[in-house]
Ligand binder design. Structure first.
Ligand code: NAG
Ligand code: NAG
Ligand code: NAG
Ligand code: NAG
Length: 847
C-alpha cells in the first residue's frame, strides 16, 4: 500500500517534470465527464479530496433549497457535511449533463447521517419523475449509497428527495460519471440499478483513479470457504472487457479451499418479480503448469449459462435473469470433470433493471426557463427540478402541454408581480411553444424585444406596470393591431411614431363595431319583420327558461300524436310540435340499446348545463320507462347538410357561408375554452349543424361529446374511437388520444365542405386531398362552389381555405385552437362586411 502511494507520487512527479503544464491539464481532463457535489459544504467551496483525488464542489449551484449541516467525524471531507430539507415535499438537484443526452451516465447519491444525531429519517429518492429507491438508514454510523446507470434522453438529470412523512430528507454527496459508449449497453433502454459490485480477493475498496469511471468496487464479507489469490508481478492481464473493469480489480480473485465450486447468493428486498443483469468478470491470475487445467461451468438458479476456461484476457460473462423469486437467487461456478483446478471469480456486478419513463420538459424549453430563472435571480419562488414534470410539481407560474410524445412543452409563463428588474430575458425567445406571457407589475426596463412578435404561438402578452422604453417594435404593434396578439401595455404619453397606427387601430376599434352593428341591425330588422311573433316568443324564452321534464302523454300532446315527422337519424325519429306557441322538434330514442340511452343521457345532461347562441337549446326531455325523447327549439331551416350539397333547394350565399362557419367555430370555441372542464364534441359535421329561420347556425347532437374528467387531463385515451368517417382526426384514429384538436380537424373538413359544397367523400376522394391537389395546381377559384357564380371575395376565400388547411393538419399540434379560428374568421368576416356594407348588398338576402 505504502509502496503504491510512493509509486503514484513518483509517476506524478515525473509527469510534471517531463510534461510540465500539459500533464496538469490532462489530469484535470480525466474528470471532465464528472460532476462531484459535496452536499452542504460551504457556499462556493471546492477542493480535491486527498484520499481519492476527486475534485468536489459545493452544491449551491445545483439547488436553492435546504439547510447545510456539519457532521465532523469522518476522515474524508465529503462526509463532514450534509444538506437536509425541512421544507417542501420534494427538493431536487439539477444536473446539466457534461456531454448531453444520448450518453450513458452513472449517478450515485450517498447518505451519511452520523450516529450522534438521533433517529435518522426515511424518505424516497427519485430520478426526475421516476421513483428510484427508498432511503432507509439502518446504521447511521455507516454511509449508504444508491447508484444507477442510465442512458439520458434529455440534457438534464434531476435527482429529487421526497419527504414521505418520516423525517427530513438529506443527502451527503451526489456524483455523476460519464461512461464510455461500449459500457453497460446490454439492458438498454432499461436503466441499471446497482445491487452488488464486488471485487473478490482483496480487502481494499477500488474506485477512482484505479477505475477511471469511479465505480465503487466493494469487498464481499469474509468467507472461510474461499481463499484469495493474486496475479504475480510477471503476469499482465489484457483489458478486453467492454465494461472496462480496472486491472486492479481483475488482478485478485477467490478460489474454494476444499470444495469444487464457488457459490454466490443474491437477493432483492422486495418480493415482486425482478429482472437482473449479472456481469461475471473473469481472468486467470495464476501461472498454470502444462498439466494443469482450469475449467468450470456457470449456473444461475440451476440454469447453465456457460463453461469457461479463463485466460489472461479479461472476459465478462453477461447474463439476464428474470426472477420471480427475488429473495433467493444463486450463482454457482462449478469445476468440470476435465479440470484439475477449482474455479476462480475475480469480480461480479449485479444490477436490477428498471424502466424509467424519462418523460421530461423539452431541453430547449428547460434551458430557456433555467436561464430566465438565473437572469432574474429567482430564488424564493421554489422553482425546482424539472419545470413541467411531474404534473403535480409543475413550477408555479408555468403551464405545460403534455400531449407531445417525447417531452412536455411550456405554453405559458406568468411572472406577474415577482419584483423582476432589468430587461426582458433574451432566453424567453427560445420558448417556442409559448402562448401566453405575463410580465405585468414588475420593474422591467429597456426595449421590448422584437422576438415577442416572432414567437409563432404567442397570443397573450401582458407588459403593464413596467417602465419599458418606447417605441415598441413595429412588428409587435402590427400584430397587436391585427388582433393576432393580445398585447397589454399602457399607452405612452409622448408617442409619435405609433400615432398613425394607433389612429388606425381606433378607426378599426370604433368603426368596425358600428358597421357591424348596422349590418346586424339590418338583419335583425329584416328578421323581425318576417317573423315578428316568433321572435317575441323567443325573447321571453330566454328570460324564463322552461326546460323541464315531460311525461310521455305530454309528448303525445306536443307532437299531436307524432303526426309530423321531420327527420330521421341513427338515434331515432324527429317530430315537429308546439310547446305553447313555440315550435319545437322532438327527437325520440328508438329501440332500447344501452349505447343509445347513454348518448341520450349525455346529450340531456350537456344541454341542461350549457347555453350558448351557437348550441341548440333544450326545451325539455322525457325519460319515461319505455319512451325517451328530447325536445329542442325548432330549427326552421334544418341541417346545414341539407343546404350545402347538390340538389339542395337553395344556394347559400358566400356571406351566409362565412357567417355559418363563424357560428360553428364560436359554438366549438365555447365547448373547448368556455366550459370547465372542456368538452369535445367528437362528431362535428354538416348534418349536426342546424339552422334556424335566420340561418343562425347551432351545433347539435352531443350524444358523443365528452368532458375531460379533470382539469389536468389533457386528453382521453380509453374511449372507443367514434365519430364519422372522413371527419375523423387521423391522429386520434391512430393513437386513440382524443383532444379538442380532433374537433378542430373535423371543423376544418366542414369548412372545406362549406366552401366547396362538395361532400367529404366524393368519388372515393377525401375532400382534404381534393382541395389540396386543386390548390397545388393553382386552381383556387375552381374549388369554390360553382353555383356561386363568382359572387365571393377571392381574397377572403383564400384566407378561409388557409384556415381550413391549418385545421386539418395531420399533426394535432400544428392545428390552431378554436379561439384562434374564431379570431381569424371574424377578422375575414369583418373585412368582408366592411366592403359589403358600402353597397348594402347584404340586405339582398336571397336564400
Ligand atoms: C490533504 O492533505 C494535506 C496535506 O497532508 C492537508 O493539509 C489537507 O488538509 C488535506 N485535505 C483534506 C481535505 O483532507
Ligand atoms: C478443508 O479440509 C481440511 C482437511 O479435510 C479441513 O481440515 C479443513 O477444515 C477444511 N477447511 C474448510 C474451510 O472447510
Ligand atoms: C398571473 O398571475 C396573477 C397572480 O397570480 C394573476 O392575477 C394573473 O391573472 C395571471 N395572468 C395570467 C395571464 O393568467
Ligand atoms: C395585465 O396585468 C394587469 C396587472 O396584473 C391586469 O390588471 C390586467 O388585467 C392584465 N391584462 C390582461 C389583458 O390580462
Amino acid at each position: 500500500m505504502a509502496l503504491s502511494v510512493e509509486m503514484k507520487v513518483l509517476i506524478i512527479f515525473f509527469s510534471i517534470l517531463l510534461l510540465h503544464v500539459p500533464a496538469m491539464v490532462y489530469a484535470q481532463d480525466d474528470q471532465s465527464g464528472f460532476i462531484s457535489i459535496d452536499c452542504g459544504s460551504p457556499q462556493g467551496s471546492s477542493y480535491t479530496e486527498n484520499a481519492t483525488g476527486i475534485n468536489y464542489v459545493s452544491d449551491d449551484g445545483f439547488i436553492d433549497a435546504g439547510v447545510r449541516h456539519d457532521i465532523f467525524n469522518w476522515s474524508e471531507r465529503v462526509y463532514n457535511t450534509l444538506r437536509s430539507f425541512p421544507e417542501n415535499k420534494r427538493n431536487c438537484y439539477t444536473l446539466k449533463l457534461p456531454k448531453g443526452k444520448n450518453n450513458r451516465y452513472l449517478i450515485r447519491a450517498k447518505f451519511y447521517y452520523g450516529d450522534s444525531r438521533g433517529q435518522p429519517p426515511q424518505f424516497d429518492l427519485y430520478i426526475g419523475a421516476d421513483f428510484w429507491a427508498t432511503i432507509d438508514i439502518l446504521d447511521p454510523a455507516k454511509y449508504i449509497f444508491q447508484e444507477m446507470i442510465h442512458l439520458a434522453s434529455s440534457d438534464y438529470i434531476y435527482v429529487c428527495l421526497v419527504n414521505t412523512g418520516q423525517g427530513d430528507p438529506f443527502i451527503t454527496s451526489l456524483e455523476l460519471r460519464l461512461l464510455d459508449a461500449t459500457m453497460y449497453k446490454d439492458g438498454s433502454p432499461l436503466s441499471l440499478v446497482r445491487l452488488h459490485r464486488v471485487d473478490f480477493g482483496t480487502s481494499e475498496i477500488v474506485r477512482y483513479e484505479d477505475d477511471k469511471y469511479d465505480r465503487l468496487w466493494l469487498q464481499p464479507d469474509k468467507q472461510a470457504l474461499y481463499r484469495s489469490i493474486q496475479t504475480p508481478r510477471t503476469v499482465s492481464l489484457k483489458p478486453f472487457s467492454e465494461e472496462q473493469v480496472p486491472l486492479k480489480v481483475m488482478s485478485t480473485a477467490i478460489t474454494p479451499v476444499n470444495s469444487t465450486y464457488i457459490y454466490y447468493n443474491y437477493q432483492w428486498s422486495e418480493t415482486t418479480s425482478v429482472d437482473f443483469m449479472v456481469y461475471i468478470h473473469l481472468a486467470e491470475v495464476e501461472i498454470l503448469e502444462s498439466n494443469q487445467k482450469r475449467e468450470f461451468s456457470i449456473y444461475n438458479n440451476d440454469r447453465w449459462i456457460g463453461t469457461v476456461s479463463p485466460s489472461t484476457n479479461i472476459t465478462t460473462i453477461k447474463t439476464y435473469v428474470s426472477s420471480n423469486s427475488p429473495i433467493a437467487n444463486r450463482l454457482i461456478l462449478n469445476r468440470t470433470l476435465n479440470s484439475t483446478l477449482p474455479p476462480i471469480l475475480n469480480a461480479l456486478e449485479i444490477y436490477t433493471l428498471k424502466q424509467l419513463q424519462q418523460y421530461q420538459t423539452d431541453d430547449q424549453d428547460a434551458t430557456a426557463i433555467w436561464s430566465t430563472k438565473s437572469a432574474y435571480g429567482l430564488k424564493k419562488i421554489n422553482w425546482q427540478g424539472d419545470p413541467c414534470v411531474p404534473k403535480e410539481f409543475v413550477w408555479v407560474g408555468l403551464n405545460c402541454d403534455y400531449s407531445f410524445p417525447r417531452a412536455a412543452r411550456i405554453i405559458s409563463l406568468n411572472l406577474s408581480s415577482r419584483g423582476l428588474s432589468g430587461e426582458i430575458a433574451t432566453a424567453l425567445a427560445n420558448l417556442t411553444m409559448i402562448e401566453s406571457l405575463d410580465l405585468s407589475n414588475n420593474n422591467l426596463t429597456g426595449n421590448v424585444p422584437n422576438f415577442l412578435a416572432r414567437l409563432a404561438n404567442l397570443r397573450i402578452v401582458n407588459l403593464t406596470g413596467n417602465n419599458f422604453t418606447r417605441p415598441l417594435p413595429a412588428e409587435l404593434i402590427t400584430k397587436s393591431n391585427k388582433g393576432s396578439i393580445w398585447l397589454s401595455i399602457e399607452e405612452s404619453s409622448c408617442e409619435d411614431k405609433t400615432h398613425k397606427s394607433s389612429w388606425m387601430h381606433i378607426m378599426v376599434v370604433i368603426l368596425a363595431p358600428i358597421i357591424g352593428c348596422i349590418v346586424v341591425l339590418s338583419i335583425v330588422v329584416f328578421i323581425v319583420k318576417q317573423h315578428k311573433r316568433k321572435a317575441l316568443i323567443k325573447t321571453e324564452e330566454v328570460i324564463t327558461p322552461t326546460k323541464q321534464q315531460f311525461s310521455y302523454s305530454e309528448l303525445v300532446g306536443i307532437t299531436n300524436n307524432f303526426q309530423n315527422e321531420i327527420g330521421r337519424g341513427g338515434f331515432g325519429r324527429v317530430f315537429h310540435g308546439y310547446v305553447g306557441d313555440d315550435q319545437v322538434a322532438v327527437k325520440m330514442l328508438s329501440g332500447s340499446s344501452s349505447q343509445g340511452y347513454r348518448e341520450f343521457q349525455a346529450e340531456v345532461k350537456f344541454l341542461m348545463k350549457n347555453h350558448h347562441p351557437n348550441i341548440t337549446s333544450l326545451v325539455g326531455y322525457c325519460d319515461d320507462n319505455n319512451h325517451k325523447g328530447i325536445i329542442y327549439e325548432f330549427m326552421a331551416n334544418g341541417s346545414l347538410g341539407k343546404h350545402l350539397f347538390d340538389g339542395s333547394p337553395t344556394v347559400l350565399s358566400w356571406e351566409r357561408r362565412s357567417q355559418i362557419g363563424c357560428d360553428v367555430a364560436e359554438g366549438l370555441a365555447y365547448l373547448h375554452h368556455g366550459c370547465r372542464p372542456p368538452i369535445v364534441h367528437r362528431d362535428v359535421k354538416p348534418s349536426n349543424v342546424l339552422l334556424n329561420e335566420g340561418f343562425d347556425a347551432k351545433l347539435a347532437d352531443f350524444g358523443l361529446s365528452r368532458a375531460f374528467a379533470t382539469d389536468d387531463a389533457t386528453h382521453i385515451t380509453s374511449l372507443k374511437v367514434a365519430g364519422t368517417l372522413g371527419y375523423l382526426d387521423p391522429e386520434y384514429h391512430t393513437t386513440g388520444r382524443l383532444t379538442e384538436k380532433s374537433d378542430v380537424y373535423s371543423f376544418g373538413v366542414l369548412l372545406l365542405e362549406l366552401i366547396t359544397s362538395r361532400r367529404v367523400l366524393s368519388e372515393g376522394v377525401n375532400i382534404v386531398h381534393w382541395v389540396k391537389s386543386q390548390v397545388e395546381a393553382g386552381h383556387v377559384e375552381t374549388i369554390i362552389d360553382s353555383r356561386l357564380d363568382g359572387r365571393f371575395d377571392i381574397n377572403t376565400a383564400v384566407k378561409v381555405v388557409e384556415t381550413a388547411f391549418a385545421c386539418v393538419s395531420p399533426k394535432s399540434k400544428k392545428r390552431p385552437t378554436m379561439n384562434d379560428v374564431v379570431m381569424d374568421l371574424k377578422h375575414y368576416l369583418q373585412a368582408e362586411k366592411t366592403c359589403q356594407s358600402e353597397s348594402m348588398s347584404l340586405l339582398n338576402l336571397k336564400l
